[in-house]
Design a protein around this ligand. Structure first.
Ligand code: IPE
Ligand code: IPE
Ligand code: MG
Length: 230
């Protein structure tokens, strides 16, 4: 059995979930947000170190303005409903993504949650908002150049430590819901040796049982990291 610590999820399929019910796409985002609470509590109970969730990509700005605004109001609603429970569960919140472009009504509730949970020692919940894997690497390179680090001293660790989610260890498992088989510019660097798990289940329907199934699949994998098992 593999030791699992760090899991990431591309929470996809909110729009299709809503469409199947004849509801507006926003209803899917609301239901998906409620599910973040369920999977976070489950992950914390399982003793995971971190859960990194893709909530809004650098490409998602292309969407209809109304949909974007609705999504940007969800962090405020999420923390209004669940911050007390997350505190009780010792969950620590962190935002991963470029903060500049986020509206205040999205940013301030998250930063408040980060502040309030900063000393918690349970699950680290990374929320990726206005996040893009390529952008993250570009920003890391810029910082490395700015700091004047000599080229011969640059190693994989230099890059890792300049990424936005530098506190997270390499990812063990990356889950994508809704039957899409792509990375969509999620954690490009951190995914180097992650196990990948794809399921047709739409994110709002991805419950604790589905999560356990994904982890069981991970447990059955033979992780070699390029080596050969004796
Ligand atoms: C994921 O669900 C949420 C975000 C990308 C913000 P989608 O909104 O992409 O749902 P589908 O893929 O259209 O079903
Ligand atoms: C990826 O889903 C981004 C998030 C889940 C936040 P998308 O629905 O935006 O990805 P594509 O367009 O199918 O690649
Ligand atoms: Mg999608």
């Amino acid at each position: 059995m593999n030791n699992i610590k760090n899991v990431a999820i591309i929470m996809d399929g909110n729009g299709r979930w809503a469409k199947l019910r004849g509801l507006p796409r926003t209803a899917g985002h609301l239901q998906g947000t409620k599910n973040i609470r369920n999977i976070t509590i489950a992950a914390n109970n399982m003793g995971l170190s971190s859960l990194t969730l893709f909530a809004f990509s650098t490409e998602n700005w292309k969407r209809d303005e109304k949909e974007v605004e609705y999504i940007m109001r969800l962090p405020g609603k999420f923390f209004e409903d669940y911050i007390d429970e997350l505190m009780e569960n010792n969950v620590k919140i962190a935002l991963i993504g470029e903060r500049d472009r986020l509206p205040v009504y999205a940013l301030s509730p998250i930063e408040e949650a980060e502040k309030r949970t900063k000393d918690n020692t349970g699950l680290l919940l990374n929320l990726c908002l206005n996040y893009g894997g390529q952008r993250e690497i570009v920003l890391a390179v810029k910082d490395i150049v700015k700091e004047g680090i000599p080229t011969e001293e640059i190693t994989e660790d230099t890059i890792s430590s300049h990424l936005m989610g530098a506190s997270a260890d390499p990812l063990d498992l990356m889950i994508r819901t809704s039957g899409e088989y792509r990375i969509s510019n999620f954690l490009l660097w951190q995914l180097a040796y992650s196990e990948l798990y794809f399921t047709d289940v739409l994110w709002p329907n991805f419950d604790e049982k589905c999560f356990v199934e994904a982890i069981e699949s991970f447990n059955g994998r033979d992780r070699r990291f390029g080596g050969v098992k004796k």
